[in-house]
Structures are given as structure tokens and as C-alpha cells.
Ligand binder design. Structure first.
Ligand code: AMP
Length: 458
């Protein structure tokens, strides 16, 4: 538990906090306020109830110059209800500052009323993207002087169709500003916005309390030369259906994948040096269960969004807490229990201990198991077959399923995920049926067209 006093806030803000009765920071506040108050662009994964509003409100207010009657902060929200809540929290925290003007500007209210209230420029405007854009286009709201931009619940704004309005609002903003982005989830669309609007943002991920109990974390102190053996033993002990092993460098990704492969594990490697197509195929094969283990670097794993990942293993401990939380947050999703294991060289133990604050509980250290090597690793259930035809050839998943179950005589239960791209398609097929499918399809046709099929990997 950290006290707000540690932050060195100005007297009026400290006084307002005391007045409201906030003493210790919530985990989101403890993690996000230091970069926010340091002026950094920050992307925070946090939900309602996490204390996120106070986190960005303190950011807005700490750089506010009340003596300057110009707009200095702008908060975009998906709904009127949220905008009202945000304004309320900002006003409460601004209570001890003299005359801070906060305006809420959302659709559904006659425009006239907003135009009238804007006769005196607010210090901070909070609203929904559509109405804010409208007011900017009319020249009634002039955001050229803002210091801080906040996007609250960015994922919901996208879900509600505000992407276009957001893009247009951005055209009115000054480039020298701090941008704070809050979102309960970080799908590609939100990542995209962050890339467009933020400069070198600090990422804050709080695996919140409900999720935290669903991720079992264990740490192992292992001599670096013994790490490959410890990794294999852990995989044999836990036998996860699917696991991602994170390494800090490309070289380590290659070496770890090679050593697991030599040990009989069904494994794929993913690193930044692979071309787009190879990366796509690797992710697709892992997602369709053609491999049980994916060894990856952080950069390469960015696009990885696989539901129900049973386990994350850090072959190397991440260089910072954000990356660690990001890695382990990929397991234990949607109410499923996940396991996160971290191997630490003796000199990395202090880095692990530094995570303790962020994880909110004491770390559990264990001794890695000793592999008795009596049982072979299980192979992946599926293999991936690639077809040289796709959407451009009007091929649909049903056509591929039909060809396999019809001409090739494969039972439907042996066919897994089918992915159709513009000029190629992929189908996961039960390992046992691979040869037969390839043989039968050699002379077969799909939709009257001869389609070549080959197996990816083994
Ligand atoms: P939010 O996630 O911003 O919607 O906040 C959730 C609730 O937590 C709100 O009712 C806040 O008033 C309250 N809250 C925020 N920060 C703190 C804190 N540090 N201590 C106690 N309550 C807080």
C-alpha cells in the first residue's frame, strides 16, 4: 500500500485528497501516477472501479495553471454518464484550487447551451467525441492550448463507432501535449490509436484482483546453463495444452526452440527477424493447435491474442515490470486459470523481487523439478495443411471442409480450424489424417479447380 504523500503533489491537491478521504493509492494509481506526473505519455489497462479517474485527474490538475484562462485539459469519454462522473471527480480533486472551470460537453444537449457556456473558456473540457468535434469545427472550442489529452475507455469509444470522430478531433490538437490513454482491454484498434497519438508511451497493465487469483505465478532460481533442462522438466511436469515461452533476445528464441525441438516437444519459434508471412503462419499454426509451445520474443509476440493460453513461461525474466505483467496477462483469461512460471539466473533474483510491489503479493519461489525423462512429450493434436487457393478463388471454409470430408473421406471431427486468406488457405487436421488427406487431395478438386495442398512442418 502506497500513500499519496510519496508523490510530492502540490498542497491543494494533497489537501483535496485528504478531504475526500483517499489515503493510499489503488494499484492502478501507484503504477500509473509516477509516469503521468513525470509528464510521460502513458497507456493504462484498467477498468472502472480501479481508481483510474483520479489517476488521470491528478495528471490534468498537476500541470494546470489556473491563472491562465485557456483550455489546458481535454478528456474524451464514450458516454455522457462517464463524462459526468469524470467531471465530478475532476471537480472534487480541484476543490482546493481557486476557480477551476470544468465543462461537460456531450451530445443530446442543445448545441446553443454549449455555445453559450463556452463564451468563457473552460480550463478542462470533458465530453463525447462527436459533440467535441462539432464544437471544434465551429471554432467554439479551441484546443490549441491543451497540455493534457485523456482518452478514457478507449476500447468502448471504438466499439461505439467513434473512430472517425476521434481521428478528426486529433487534427485540431497541438502536437506538444501529454496523451494519457485508458482502456479496459487493449485490442489492435486501441494499440493503433496509441501508436498514432502517443510518443514513446509507458505501458501500465494491472492484472486486477479478480484476474490475479486466476494466474498462479511461480519463480525459479536456476543457473543459466541449467535453464533449458529446467524448462523441459517444467513442461513435462505441467504438460500444458498450449504454452508461450518468452525470451529476451532473438538468439535465445532460436536456441530455446531448437533445444525443445531436439527434446521431442512440438514447438514453433517467433521472432522479429521473420518476414510477415512466416510470422502469420507461425501464429496461425500455434492458434490452431499444430504446436503446443511457442517460443517468442516480446516484439514478435505483440500480435499474439490467443484465448485460453494455459501457461506462460519466462525463460528470461523480462527487463521491466510492465513487460512482465504484459507477458503473464496472456494466460488465465476469461475466467480460466493460468500458470505463469519465471526462470531467474541468480543475478536476476533482485529484478524479480522488484516485481513484488506491482504484483501485489509475495513471490512464490520453488525449486525446478528434476526430469526423469521416462515419458515422451505429447505431440500437438493437429498439423496444418496449406492450400494454394483462397478468397480470390471464392473459396470458403465450408468448401474446404466439404472436400476433405467428401472426397478425401476424413471425418469432420478430425478437421480443426480453417483460415482462408486472399490467395491461400490453411486447415488444421488431426495428425493421423494428414497423409491420407494429402494423398486423396493430390488429384482432387475444390469448386472445380485443382488445388495444391502441402503440409507445413511436421
Ligand atoms: P474509478 O475506477 O475511477 O471509476 O474509481 C472507482 C471508485 O474508487 C470511485 O468511487 C473513487 O471515488 C474511488 N477511489 C479512487 N481512488 C481511490 C483511493 N485512492 N482510495 C479510495 N477510493 C478511491
Amino acid at each position: 500500500m502506497k500513500a499519496f504523500a510519496e508523490l510530492g503533489l502540490s498542497a491543494p491537491l494533497a489537501q483535496a485528497l485528504a478531504g475526500i478521504g483517499y489515503e493510499t493509492m489503488t494499484p492502478v494509481q501507484a503504477a500509473a501516477l509516477p509516469p503521468i506526473l513525470a509528464g510521460r505519455d502513458t497507456i493504462v489497462q484498467a477498468r472502472t472501479g480501479s481508481g483510474k479517474t483520479a489517476a488521470f485527474a491528478l495528471g490534468l490538475l498537476s500541470v494546470l495553471d489556473v491563472g491562465v484562462a485557456r483550455m489546458q485539459g481535454l478528456v474524451l469519454c464514450p458516454t455522457r454518464e462517464l463524462a459526468d462522473q469524470v467531471s465530478r471527480e475532476v471537480r472534487r480533486l480541484a476543490h482546493a484550487l481557486p476557480n477551476v472551470k470544468v465543462l461537460t460537453l456531450c451530445g443530446g444537449v442543445p448545441l446553443r447551451a454549449h455555445l453559450a457556456s463556452l463564451a468563457h473558456e473552460p480550463h478542462i473540457a470533458v465530453g463525447t467525441p462527436g459533440r467535441l468535434l462539432d464544437l471544434m469545427q465551429r471554432g467554439a472550442l479551441r484546443p490549441a492550448t491543451i497540455k493534457t489529452l485523456v482518452l478514457d475507455e478507449a476500447d468502448r469509444m471504438l466499439d461505439m463507432g467513434f473512430a472517425d470522430a476521434l481521428r478528426q478531433v486529433m487534427g485540431h490538437l497541438p502536437s506538444a501535449r501529454q496523451t494519457l490513454l485508458f482502456s479496459a482491454t487493449i485490442p489492435d484498434g486501441v494499440r493503433d490509436i496509441s501508436r498514432k497519438l502517443q510518443r514513446d508511451p509507458v505501458a501500465v497493465t494491472i492484472v486486477d484482483e479478480a484476474d490475479e487469483v486466476l494466474i498462479e505465478q511461480r519463480f525459479f532460481e536456476v543457473d543459466p546453463v541449467a535453464k533449458p533442462v529446467a524448462l523441459a522438466a517444467l513442461l513435462q511436469m505441467y504438460r500444458p495444452e498450449s504454452a508461450v515461452v518468452f525470451c529476451n533476445t532473438r538468439e535465445a528464441v532460436r536456441a530455446v526452440a531448437a533445444s525443445l525441438s531436439a527434446g521431442g516437444f512440438s514447438v514453433l519459434a517467433l521472432h522479429g527477424e521473420m518476414d510477415q508471412r512466416a510470422r502469420e503462419e507461425t501464429l496461425l499454426r500455434f492458434a490452431n493447435h499444430s504446436a503446443n509451445i511457442l517460443v517468442a520474443s516480446d516484439v514478435a509476440a505483440r500480435g499474439l491474442d490467443i484465448a485460453g493460453l494455459a501457461m506462460v513461461i519466462n525463460f528470461d525474466i523480462a527487463n521491466d515490470a510492465d513487460t512482465h505483467l504484459h507477458r503473464i496477462g496472456r494466460t488465465g483469461r476469461a475466467g480460466r486459470r493460468g500458470v505463469a512460471l519465471t526462470l531467474c539466473a541468480p543475478w536476476e533474483v533482485s529484478r524479480a523481487n522488484a516485481l513484488e510491489d506491482r504484483c501485489g503479493s509475495a513471490l512464490q519461489w520453488s525449486v525446478p523439478p528434476v526430469s526423469r525423462g521416462e515419458e515422451a512429450p505429447s505431440p500437438a493434436r493437429f498439423v496444418t495443411l496449406m492450400l494454394d487457393a483462397g478468397k480470390q478463388d471464392k473459396l470458403r471454409p465450408g468448401d474446404i471442409l466439404g472436400a476433405l470430408t467428401g472426397d478425401a473421406g476424413v471425418p469432420a471431427s478430425a478437421v480443426g480450424k480453417i483460415d482462408v486468406f486472399p490467395s491461400r488457405s490453411y486447415v488444421a487436421i488431426d495428425r493421423e489424417w494428414r497423409d491420407r488427406s494429402l494423398q486423396r487431395m493430390q488429384h482432387g478438386k475444390i469448386k472445380g479447380r485443382k488445388v495444391r495442398m502441402r503440409s507445413l512442418g511436421s
